[in-house]
Ligand binder design. Structure first.
Ligand code: XIL
Length: 363
């Protein structure tokens, strides 16, 4: 992996200057006069600023591509590392779109977050129908999961700095989600998934990932308890991924700082993995200001603890967002509008990164 400083040098086009031992001056033409981008501002306080990437947009939309490259130091595949995409027919892998994203990232000095090895959504149809009609029994399902995790992690070995090993395995009350994994394999599937992923790439940091775990609540406490238990058993769990899908109508979650601090105290990393802050449409200045404040509060919570080293937004432009298709009447959840105009939320993050860089003592 590229060092953080070199990655930033690549992003700013400053490699040639650095190799001659001169000061890094260059910036992408698109940002002439505005050299600072989120990724450069995040160099201090040593934070990776990430985005989910829609690989169709990456291929087709040049302004989108330019912003992915210049603004971010980490990328997450929005969909193309999910099981339904990588193994559409049983035993037939298709890594093509994910590989393209990984090479884009490497070319632009970016790290890659892996998302996700085990989920209850976006599973291949051959798998869900096989379980439903009984043609895949429990023993076989466990073997299929083992092989999937092993093959996917091995395929990207050395290229992924954090993997979301299990995604959304708890309900809001802190009980295990009643997924096909729990129904067929029982709760031990979680420890197994981490052990298998670790065996396939011992250097990747292995995360659990979920929504509504920003603050201290029944669900995040279940994560805390599980992480503590698994670590005591020697299971290689290294981080809690906090999705950060917020909605301004519900208010900002309480105790985010306390929540991150307790995972820090366990020796675990934390990461904001899928941030967006949606609102009921139409957007207006008041709502956008509130949204900006929420983005900023998440960023401030992240930079306040040692273990939070990655802050990822779930897409950056309202042009490509899962929100309107999922939450009726809601949208405008990202930090840029449909035309890549920076919204107050973008400015709030940039200001937050500048403020964090001025403070000392985080790392
Ligand atoms: C979403 C994608 O953004 C959509 O394009 C897709 O249709 C469904 O999945 N939590 C997660 C992400 O962990 O993988 C989801 O991504 C959003 C919610």
């Amino acid at each position: 992996m590229l060092s953080r400083r070199l990655a930033i040098a690549v992003a700013t086009g400053a490699v040639a200057a650095l190799s001659l031992g001169t000061a890094a001056q260059a910036a992408p033409a698109r940002h002439a006069g505005h050299e600072a981008t989120l990724r450069t501002l995040a160099e201090r306080p040593d934070l990776l600023i990430g985005t989910a990437v829609d690989t169709s947009a990456l291929a087709a939309d040049a302004p989108y591509r330019a912003d992915v490259a210049s603004e971010f130091s980490s990328v997450t595949a929005e969909n193309v590392m999910k099981w339904e995409v990588v193994e559409p027919a049983r035993g037939t892998y298709d890594w093509s779109q994910a590989d393209q994203l990984v090479s884009f990232a490497q070319k632009h000095g970016q790290e890659v977050r892996g998302h996700t090895l085990l989920w209850h959504n976006q599973l291949p149809a051959w798998l869900t129908s096989g379980v439903a009609d009984g043609s895949i029994d429990t023993g076989e399902l466990r073997a299929i999961l083992h092989r999937h995790i092993t093959d996917e992690v091995r395929h990207f070995k050395g290229e992924i700095y954090q993997w979301d090993v299990v995604n959304e395995v708890f309900d809001e009350d802190g009980s295990y989600r009643d997924s096909l994994w729990l129904q067929k394999l029982g709760p031990s599937y979680i420890a197994d998934a981490f052990k298998w992923a670790h065996a396939a790439d011992p250097k990747a940091k292995l995360f659990m990932n979920d929504y509504n775990v920003e603050g201290v609540n029944a669900k995040s406490t279940a994560y805390y308890d599980l992480a503590k238990k698994l670590r005591a058993q020697g299971v290689p769990v290294q981080g809690l991924g906090i999705q950060g899908h917020l909605d301004i109508q519900y208010g900002f979650p309480g105790d985010v700082g306390d929540n991150l601090a307790r995972f820090d105290a366990l020796g675990l990393q934390t990461a904001f993995t899928e941030i967006d802050v949606r609102m009921t449409l139409p957007a207006d200045a008041t709502k956008l200001a509130r949204q900006a404040q929420d983005y900023r509060r998440l960023l401030d919570a992240c930079v306040a603890v040692k273990g939070c080293k990655s802050f990822t937004v779930w897409g950056f432009s309202d042009k490509y967002s899962w929100v309107p298709g999922t939450f009726t009447g809601e949208g405008a959840a990202n930090i840029m509008d449909e035309n890549y105009v920076r919204k107050p939320a973008y400015t709030a993050l940039a200001d937050g990164l500048r403020a964090a860089a001025r403070r000392t003592g985080r790392h």
